[in-house]
Design a binder for this molecule. Structure first.
Ligand SMILES: O=C(O)c1cc(=O)[nH]c(=O)n1[C@@H]1O[C@H](COP(=O)(O)O)[C@@H](O)[C@H]1O
Length: 279
């Protein structure tokens, strides 16, 4: 369990708001790892060992594990158990269903005694409304991270539709803000959304934003910071492929560290510029 206060302390201590995505694809990891009993777990462990002092969160994406059936689910459980406790653990599963079903998703990802995983945070889709979100909030201290304005092209299809009460994604934020505060709810906003961050901040001034889309998707960290940074930082910027697959040789963990270090150094400059940490 990681509270907002503890997350902010981590950010200040590590001078980083980096989240590392563990989107581990059996077909992309170095060949020599295939001799290990669980190559995905071995890969994740080495990435975590090489980067944990540079980031404040890890985000395994459930799809990369679910697609491998029983073995994949075991890799996910074992990876969860290996995550450093000082980092925010996010399961990116983008769940959303009627309350009765959301209860089960919540148990699967939040209740360690039920399914072996007790992640701090879960990504959720808001499309089914308030009663699809509240079951997760029943878990004291856990976070939900709601899709607001995503990084992909299709984000314009629905999220930017105009309603009598503003854009659809603005409605999502307003509704979710009525369910819980900035100590329980974060929003996903893609790094590719640039100046739109200024508008997001009008509706979610205090919430942390999970920001995927730097690295492989081409989003700009400087622009995200310019429009999205708050006095408490308020950002978790995720990179998955650009870190994890920086090399596919035996040096993959060092290469991942070099990528993570480069992002952390840029983040430190931004945190210093904003006066959140001292130079
Ligand atoms: O919820 C997410 O994390 C997410 C939302 C979004 O708008 N865009 C997005 O890319 N993601 C996820 O963030 C990660 C991005 O990976 P890279 O593009 O490899 O850094 C993937 O796990 C995506 O599923």
């Amino acid at each position: 369990m990681l509270s907002r206060k503890q997350l902010i302390e981590q950010i200040k201590q590590k001078k980083s708001f980096l989240c590392i995505g563990l989107d581990t694809d059996l077909n992309k990891i170095p060949a020599f790892l295939h001799t290990y009993p669980d190559p995905v777990l071995e890969f994740n462990r080495r990435i975590i060992d090489a980067t944990h002092d540079l980031c404040v969160a890890y985000k395994p994406n459930a799809a990369f594990y679910e697609s491998r059936g029983l073995q994949g689910w075991q890799s996910l459980i074992d990876t969860y158990q290996y995550l450093p406790k000082e980092c925010l653990s996010i399961i990116d599963a983008k769940r959303g269903d009627i309350g009765n079903t959301s209860d089960q998703y919540a148990r699967a990802f939040f209740d360690e005694t039920a399914g072996g995983m007790g992640f701090d945070a879960l990504t959720v889709a808001p499309y089914m409304g308030h009663d699809s979100l509240t079951p997760y909030l029943a878990y004291e201290g856990k976070w939900i991270i709601i899709l607001a304005l995503t990084s992909n092209d299709g984000s314009r299809d629905f999220q930017c539709l105009k309603t009598d009460n503003g854009l659809l994604y603005e409605n999502v934020i307003q509704k979710a803000n009525s369910l819980a505060g900035a100590d329980r709810i974060m929003y996903v906003v893609g790094a590719t959304q640039g100046q739109e961050f200024a508008n997001i901040r009008k509706h979610a001034p205090d919430n942390f934003l999970l920001v995927p889309g730097v690295g492989a998707q081409g989003g700009s960290l400087a622009e995200v910071c310019r429009y999205g940074l708050t006095a408490d930082c308020g950002l978790l910027v995720n990179a998955s492929r650009s870190i994890a697959y920086a090399s596919n040789g035996e040096d993959f963990a060092e290469a991942a560290r070099a990528e993570a270090l480069s992002l952390q150094q840029q983040m430190q400059v931004e945190l210093e510029k904003a006066g959140i940490v001292r130079e």
